[in-house]
Ligand binder design. Structure first.
Ligand code: ATP
Ligand code: MG
Length: 363
């Protein structure tokens, strides 16, 4: 998949813009000129909502009624076109045919985005890392959304029964709920473990490249036992055992503390937790490697090459790491925003797009 062109009308500070793209695209300019806005517009063609968490109406230019975005892209070995209109909500069409929901565009156009806000994946609480894995799994496994739902129900029920059991002292009430909980929880642990195993070789290779071969990235699912190499049934048994072991503590707290809703993904650089010991540049590189690995895996599973959209990533990286990202992310279309055109002088092949007050500066 390659986005060849975008036309924008009344989107944020971009009144009118028509831009063609290359394989590597550097969008540069001073602060507040519209670089992230352009990236946000491109990302909307994946059918997802704004990666900034904006409501649809907030993206329409101030004082205008609607924004219109049109893209030309290569997908499925042919030229295609997509159109989005944004008023209070988004409407989409593909090759002139109206889609029921903009999300349907995601079947043809895929992208992964990295903005500094994603550093929370490393620095933040375990929930952030679980969310990364679950969101990625939802994209490649159609049944995973349902797995999440069933687990959530099982957790809710078990928590309710835990409260009753804590009050009444009837521990045996928990037995059937432990079984249901372990059954659904095991599916989540199994899928997450498989996802991490599949992601790891890509992430390792990319991180190795970014760090000039000097550092090693490792990922590990932390779920209270070693899930690698276990079958679904073995995981279910282990989780069931853990529920038994922790029962006293959970009854005292009247809440389920065991299970995938409390698990974490350890992200290690050279054997140490990136969260605790990684430098800014190392943490950035690790998130980048994970995001780009996610794109590689998405390609492997869907046959569609996602574009990589990197907002404000290169500025805090040293020359070597920056050069690698700009020139060595082969096999995928890349969009990179940055303030300082000097920092991308190392670009060997690609296009530099200069943004100024919502327009492309052709001078
Ligand atoms: P930075 O380097 O600081 O990240 P940027 O070039 O990425 O800057 P953008 O985030 O793209 O900047 O924003 C550019 C401008 O768009 C901002 O000044 C903002 O006020 C303006 N803007 C945001 N939403 C709208 C809107 N709905 N209508 C008009 N302008 C908007
Ligand atoms: Mg920006």
């Amino acid at each position: 998949m390659k986005i060849n062109r975008i036309k924008i009308c009344d989107f944020r500070n971009i009144e009118s813009l028509d831009c063609r793209f290359d394989d590597v695209n550097i969008i540069c300019g001073s602060n507040a000129q519209g670089k992230t806005n352009l990236l946000e517009a491109l990302y909307l063609f994946t059918g997802a909502r704004s990666f900034r968490g904006a409501k649809d109406g907030e993206m329409v230019a101030f004082g205008k009624k609607r924004a219109v975005l049109e893209a030309e892209f290569e997908g499925g070995c042919r030229e295609q076109s997509a159109r989005l209109t944004i008023e209070k909500k988004r409407e989409a069409s593909l090759n002139g045919i109206e889609k029921r929901s903009p999300a349907e565009l995601g079947e043809s156009i895929k992208a992964v985005v990295f903005s500094p806000a994603h550093l929370i994946m490393i620095k933040g609480a375990p929930e952030q890392r679980r969310r990364f894995a679950d969101a990625a799994l939802c994209q490649i496994k159609s049944g995973y959304q349902n797995v999440l739902k069933q687990y959530k129900n099982a957790l809710r029920q078990r928590n309710a029964v835990l409260k009753d059991a804590a009050f009444s002292g009837c521990e045996e009430l928990l037995e059937p709920f432990d079984e249901i909980f372990a059954k659904h929880g095991a599916v989540m642990i199994y899928q997450r473990q498989k996802y991490i195993e599949a992601l790891l070789p890509f992430a390792k290779e990319i991180y190795h490249g970014i760090s000039g071969g000097r550092e090693e990235l490792e990922l590990h699912l932390s779920c209270g036992f070693e899930a690698g190499g276990l079958s679904l049934e073995e995981i279910r048994e282990k989780l069931f055992e853990r529920l038994k072991e922790n029962r006293r503590e959970e009854l005292a707290a009247a809440v389920t503390k065991t299970g995938p809703h409390r698990d974490d993904i350890d992200i290690m650089i050279n054997g140490r937790f990136a969260r605790l010991y990684g430098s800014q540049g190392q943490q950035r590189s690790a998130v980048l490697a994970l995001k780009l690995a996610e794109a590689s895996l998405l390609y492997e599973k869907t046959g569609i090459k996602p574009a990589a959209m990197l907002d404000d990533v290169v500025s805090e990286l040293d020359d070597m790491r920056r050069e690698y990202i700009i020139n060595h992310l082969k096999d995928r279309q890349v969009f990179i925003t940055c303030c300082d055109a000097e920092s991308v002088l190392c670009l060997k092949k690609g296009k530099i797009i200069r943004m100024c007050a919502g327009k492309i500066d052709e001078s």
